[in-house]
Structure formats: structure tokens, C-alpha cells
Design a protein around this ligand. Structure first.
Ligand code: FAD
Length: 387
């Protein structure tokens, strides 16, 4: 079988699982905000915790296109499932791209099986879009680092055994000059580990079922070998994290496509079935035109996302393409979720139908991994630089 056949087979297997297991049961976990342990185990069996980890470290080494399609399928069923692997794989990407060989051997094989779970911790209470303003501090003390600070919005933070933590090293301490650096912090899964405390679990509008937490570090000590990339990593952490996030944007776009597809499918089925004034509502032109607009936007979002993935696979620059895909697909997911709710009338407002979940999940794509405003900054900078 060719690589294309293997990828196609994987998508088909995943689609069947999403249809038979995820779609019928997602609300049982989502509404009470319960972690879907069995679904996560099944995802581990599919190899998804190693989806983009290089094969020499036990991963599937999927290309960007296949991974985007995996994320799209998962999100069509329930977007939170994509969240379970996404920040884990951003952490793994940082290690595989910028870590030393010893660091790759140390963490990647157990991350690929899902036995060791990762998360990504850049945001703080006072810095999100303006990531360079982060305050969390890492001070060198001989062969160790002492971490102090508070991190916000750490998705998978409690279950994680490794955290890709962005912290500021004071200037000139040690040589070379300091700056934001990335540490792969080892911890015990749970609420407390050394000087690390999961200070609270954030209650969320959507993206429920997996935890997003605030984490504080109080004189937490790390060994020097947890500094990503060794001494070369001092001052390079933010640049490296932004590189990892650039590809991450293709995956957020793919989540948008998945949620938009689910909203469209639900709207189409309901419009054919629900009757008013003696005919199915799909026969009223206002509803038929709404469906036409939804299908067109969905197709455009998918094409932009696949084009960004294709460019990334071809080794081309993707700042512009990934920014456009993320901007359009995330806004489209939100618009289509609201359209699907309108088409469902009162039933759209009920938890007995899944469209209310799409409506609550979709806005996260507009915020996470760079808001829509930040995408417009990225896009306009790339356009102006081309002149
Ligand atoms: C559910 C959830 C999960 C998350 N998971 C993670 C995670 O795992 N790890 C992690 O590190 N972070 C995570 N985040 C954080 C997320 O990346 C940030 O919320 C996001 O980057 C926005 O930052 P902020 O919330 O501080 O908003 P701010 O940066 O304060 O922005 C507020 C508003 O101002 C706008 N704005 C800001 N700067 C500009 C500008 N220059 N020009 C125009 N408009 C501007 C923004 O677009 C936004 O509308 C998560 C967030 C959520 C909601």
C-alpha cells in the first residue's frame, strides 16, 4: 500500500468510529464536563497521541494534510477530542524540532503511545496575544533552574506528565543573555507536583470534557537538562513556540471545518425533515438559500485549510496560508453553528440536539492559538512584506 492508501484507510477507520461511538455519546460527557477516558484510550490505540511524532521515536509521522483530516473528523464528532491531542502534540513538536537527541529519546517514545501526556503553557493571566510580555521567571541555580510564576489556560495541564513551559530567563544570567526560553517540565499528573500547583480548573462555555487549568509555580526546581535545546535554547523559546503554533493554526482551521461540517449536516437533515405550512422547511427559499450559503462557506474553509496543509507539506512558508485558513475556518464555524441553530428553531436551543454544542464550541477557534484579530495582523504583515 502507498502512503496515500494508508492515510485514506486511517481516515475511514476514524470516520466509522466517530459515527458509531463519538457522535452518539459525546453529550453524555460534554454536558456534565466529564473526561472521556474510554475515547481517549481508543485514540491512543489508533496511535493518535503520536500522530505527528517522527516514526523513529514511535510516532505515526503523519503529514500535515492527513493530520488536518484527522482533526477534522474528530471535531465533526466532538471538538474536545481534538483538544486532547492538540496541545500534547505542540509539546511533542517543540521537542522533536528543537530538542537535543537525548531529550527526544527521553520523552518522545512514551508521548507517542499516550503513556506520557504533554501540554503547552505560554499564556498567563496578563499575557495572551502579547505573549512576549509573559512574566513567569526561570532563574539559574548551579545545575538547576528555579521557576516562579502563574500560567493560565493550560489545556490538559492536570493530566500532563510534561509541560512545554515558556518562562523568562533574566538577562545575562547565565551567559548568553537571557530571554524567553522553553522548559520541558516533568511533573506527576494531578493537582500538585513539587512546587507546581493546579490552582483551579476553569469552567468553560464549551470545549468541555477536558480540563483547562491555572497552574502556579512556587520555587519549583528543574534540572538543567529540562531546558529545551540546552544552552542554545536560552532566549529562543518564544520564537520556537511561535513556529510550532504556526503549523498548529492549520489544525485549528481543521477543527473549524469539522465543527462547520457537523453544523451543516445537522441543518440539512433537519431542514428536510421539519415541516411548516405543509412542506419541509428546506422547500422555503429562505432556508434553501441559507443552506446554499452554508455549503459554499464550508467548502471554501476546507479548501483554504487543505491548501495551507499542502503548502506546509511542500516545505513552503505557511504564515499567510495558515493565518487565512484559521481566520476563515474559525469564523465560518461560528457562523454555521448559529445558522444551524436558526434552522432548528426552538429545538436548536435544546440540549437534546447537538447544534447548541457546536454553537458553544465554535468561538474557541476564534480565540485559541491567536485570535482572529491576531490572524489579521499576521496576514496583513505578510501581504505588506510581499510588496
Ligand atoms: C479554552 C481555552 C484553552 C486554551 N488553551 C491554551 C493552552 O493550552 N496553552 C496556552 O498557552 N494558552 C491557551 N489558551 C489561551 C489562548 O491562546 C489565549 O486566550 C489567546 O491567545 C488570547 O489571549 P487573551 O485571552 O489574553 O486575550 P488578549 O490578548 O487580552 O486579547 C483581548 C482582545 O484584544 C484583541 N487584541 C489583542 N491584541 C491586539 C492587537 N495588537 N490588535 C488588535 N486586537 C488585539 C484580541 O484579539 C482580543 O479580541 C486557551 C484559551 C482558551 C479560551
Amino acid at each position: 500500500m502507498t502512503d496515500v492508501d494508508v492515510a485514506e484507510e486511517m481516515i475511514v477507520t476514524l470516520r466509522d468510529w466517530v459515527e458509531s461511538v463519538v457522535i452518539p455519546h459525546a453529550s453524555e460527557f460534554e454536558l456534565p464536563d466529564k473526561y472521556p477516558t474510554d475515547m481517549a484510550h481508543q485514540m491512543a490505540d489508533f496511535g493518535l497521541f503520536g500522530a505527528t511524532i517522527p516514526s523513529e521515536y514511535g510516532g505515526l509521522d503523519l503529514d500535515n494534510m492527513t493530520y488536518a483530516r484527522v482533526i477534522e473528523e474528530l471535531s465533526r464528532g466532538w471538538m474536545s477530542l481534538a483538544g486532547i491531542i492538540n496541545s500534547h502534540l505542540i509539546c511533542a513538536k517543540l521537542i522533536s524540532k528543537f530538542g537535543s537527541e537525548e531529550q527526544k529519546q527521553r520523552w518522545l517514545p512514551s508521548m507517542a503511545t499516550g503513556e506520557l501526556r504533554g501540554c503547552f503553557s505560554l499564556s498567563e493571566p496578563d499575557s495572551g496575544s502579547d505573549a512576549g510580555a509573559l512574566r513567569c521567571q526561570a532563574k539559574r541555580d548551579g545545575d538547576e533552574w528555579i521557576i516562579n510564576g502563574t500560567k493560565m489556560w493550560v489545556t490538559n495541564g492536570e493530566k500532563a506528565g510534561v509541560v512545554a513551559l515558556l518562562a523568562r530567563v533574566p538577562e545575562g544570567d547565565p551567559e548568553p543573555a537571557g530571554g524567553i526560553s522553553c522548559f520541558i517540565v516533568e511533573k506527576t499528573p494531578g493537582k500538585k507536583s513539587g512546587g507546581i500547583t493546579v490552582s483551579r480548573k476553569i469552567d468553560k462555555l464549551g470545549y468541555r470534557g477536558l480540563e483547562t487549568v491555572e497552574m502556579s509555580y512556587s520555587d519549583h526546581r528543574l534540572s538543567h537538562d529540562q531546558l529545551l535545546g540546552g544552552n542554545e535554547g536560552i532566549g529562543n523559546g518564544l520564537r520556537w513556540a511561535l513556529t510550532a503554533l504556526e503549523q498548529g493554526r492549520i489544525n485549528v482551521a481543521a477543527r473549524g471545518v469539522g465543527v462547520a461540517q457537523a453544523a451543516y449536516d445537522a441543518a440539512l437533515a433537519y431542514a428536510k425533515e421539519r415541516e411548516t405550512f405543509g412542506r419541509p422547511i428546506s422547500q422555503h427559499q429562505a432556508i434553501a438559500f441559507k443552506l446554499a450559503e452554508m455549503a459554499t462557506k464550508l467548502e471554501a474553509a476546507r479548501l483554504l485549510t487543505y491548501e495551507a496543509a499542502r503548502k506546509a507539506d511542500a516545505g513552503e512558508r505557511v504564515d499567510l496560508a495558515a493565518g487565512m485558513a484559521k481566520l476563515f475556518a474559525s469564523e465560518t464555524a461560528s457562523e454555521l453553528a448559529l445558522d444551524a441553530m436558526r434552522i432548528h428553531g426552538g429545538n436548536g436551543f435544546s440540549t437534546e440536539y447537538p447544534v447548541e454544542r457546536y454553537y458553544r464550541d465554535a468561538p474557541l477557534m476564534i480565540i485559541g492559538e491567536g485570535t482572529s484579530e491576531i490572524q489579521k495582523l499576521v496576514i496583513s504583515r505578510a501581504l505588506l512584506a510581499e510588496d
